[in-house]
Design a protein around this ligand. Structure first.
Ligand SMILES: [Zn+2]
Length: 322
């Protein structure tokens, strides 16, 4: 559920396109907390010395934070992208409770989230949600020190959880269950009915309705492409972390990311989450490069343990990484 537990965590390899002989390595990190400029720049220089070329940095929503941290990253010789989660948003005076997704039982992710308390995910059909996100990313992209915007959690809640997490959450997710299946809010269901003539609330098994799946893939795709247009207007790059595939991404979280107008894609090829060995990463990358017709960079996300000596004693994939 967490993207990274203890920070440090994912490193990426540039697999396709462009600089074929140069392997670009990015790292995800967050802060700054109470750290001083000196402490931060020392940490960034350490990253650089260890072969990291750039950061995906999560520092909240305030552009001023990115101005400060971005400059320190530049001083350390690092590329600087902001990593600000997209559809997952904690309560905020700018966001109304009715803008959050609703499951097939009629429960809102705002006050009854699934899996974990922070799984409060916005509905992509709401124009106000797009406006909120557009303003957020545009303001950050306008910071001179920012090279690009990196989206994350740009998706529905997991209708099916990666098999490596079933035991942790005490679930067997062999099919789409109503509690985890979103978005059945009035706007989504009414717009779908208008478009297709299907009243999805009256359908006995909505998971069998291909149009309903496609409709929700398209809602996310439209949101991404509108945000991409906004960020590109500032002259900056935009990329996203996504689930693998996109076959797995479509099935689990409704991301049809091969249709997204981004500058780069970062699939989270976390083999342990799928009970697979390291060879699976190569198989996924081949699928992913093919999915975008090899016309944009695919960076394979690896989940690296912050506790390399303890991996065998940590059964939770969200804790140990690969
Ligand atoms: Zn909705």
């Amino acid at each position: 559920m967490k993207k990274i537990s203890a920070l440090f965590a994912l490193l990426l390899l540039l697999i396709s396109c462009g600089e074929k002989n140069k392997i670009t390595v990015m790292a995800w990190t967050s802060g700054p907390g109470e750290a001083t400029d000196k402490e931060i720049v020392e940490k960034f220089k350490d990253f650089k010395n260890k072969g990291i070329d750039g950061l995906m940095y999560n520092g909240g929503h305030n552009p001023k934070t990115y101005e400060r941290i971005g400059q320190l990253a530049k001083d350390a010789g690092l590329e600087f992208h902001t990593w600000i989660p997209t559809m997952i948003q904690q309560p905020n005076p700018k966001l109304k409770p009715e803008w959050y997704v609703v499951n097939r039982l009629g429960e809102s992710a705002f006050d009854k989230p699934v899996y974990v308390e922070h799984y409060k995910i916005l509905c992509p059909s709401r124009e106000e949600v797009y406006e909120f996100l557009s303003e957020l990313y545009t303001n950050v992209a306008n910071v001179p020190q920012v090279d690009g915007i990196h989206l994350d959690y740009i998706r529905f809640p997991d209708v099916i959880l990666a098999p490596g997490l079933w035991e942790k959450y005490g679930l067997t997710m062999d099919k789409e269950y109503p509690k985890y299946d979103y978005c059945y809010c009035d706007i989504c269901t009414e717009n779908f009915k208008e478009k297709t003539g299907i009243d999805i609330k009256e359908v006995e098994n909505p998971s069998q309705v291909q149009e309903w799946k496609q409709y929700r893939y398209d809602l996310i795709t439209r949101m991404v492409n509108r945000l991409a247009e906004d960020v590109h207007k500032t002259g900056k790059k935009i990329s996203s972390a996504v689930f693998p595939g996109p076959a797995i991404a479509k099935k689990l979280v409704r991301q049809e990311w091969n249709k997204w107008d981004l500058d780069a894609i970062y699939p989270m090829n976390y083999n342990d989450f799928y009970l697979e060995n390291a060879k699976w990463v190569g198989k996924m990358v081949a699928e992913e490069v093919t999915a975008v017709n090899n016309n944009k960079p695919i960076y394979s996300g690896l989940f690296i343990t912050p506790y390399p000596g303890e991996k065998a004693n940590r059964p939770d994939p969200e804790d140990h990484g690969s």
